[in-house]
Design a protein around this ligand. Structure first.
Ligand code: CO
Length: 143
């Protein structure tokens, strides 16, 4: 289990229609601050990370996701369910080892191998069908 057990909630992913409006709301309601903002054409999202706290295992954030266009996973999520909670991300020390362990355990994954996420992280998604209906992301912070 070493390196494959979550050490924290890295972030909560929230789907929004308007990233600027979502950022403004989180800034004014909770005083959160944006620490990174980027576009992933591979994932079809404009995203912003707002820092919440830093603990032993690393930082925790709120991640706001606006689709780059409708025909993307987050675009389809918005069309189906509207704005709101999209995924939960666990921070792990070794995402590749975690993926291997889950695959061996027969747990269904969206990503069979880690890929690059925001802020230089390494990420992989667990399929909601294997995770109690929640989309779960695994995140390993860059060294
Ligand atoms: Co995420």
């Amino acid at each position: 289990m070493a390196g494959t057990r979550p050490t924290r909630i890295d972030h909560i992913g929230i789907a929004v229609r308007d990233l600027d409006a979502g950022i403004a709301w989180h800034e004014s309601a909770f005083g959160l601050r944006v620490v990174a903002r980027e576009t992933s054409h591979e994932q079809g999202v404009h995203e912003a990370m707002l820092h919440v706290a830093t603990g032993e295992g690393g930082g925790s954030y709120v991640q706001l996701l606006q689709p780059t266009h409708q025909d993307t996973p987050v675009g389809r999520f918005l069309a189906r369910r509207g704005e709101g909670l999209h995924h939960i991300a666990y921070g792990v020390d070794d995402v590749a080892a975690t993926v291997r362990r889950l695959r061996t355990a027969g747990i269904r994954l969206v990503d069979l191998h880690p890929r690059t996420g925001g802020m230089g992280s390494s990420i992989a998604f667990v399929h909601p069908a294997s995770a109690g209906g929640a989309l779960v992301e695994l995140v390993q912070a860059p060294d």
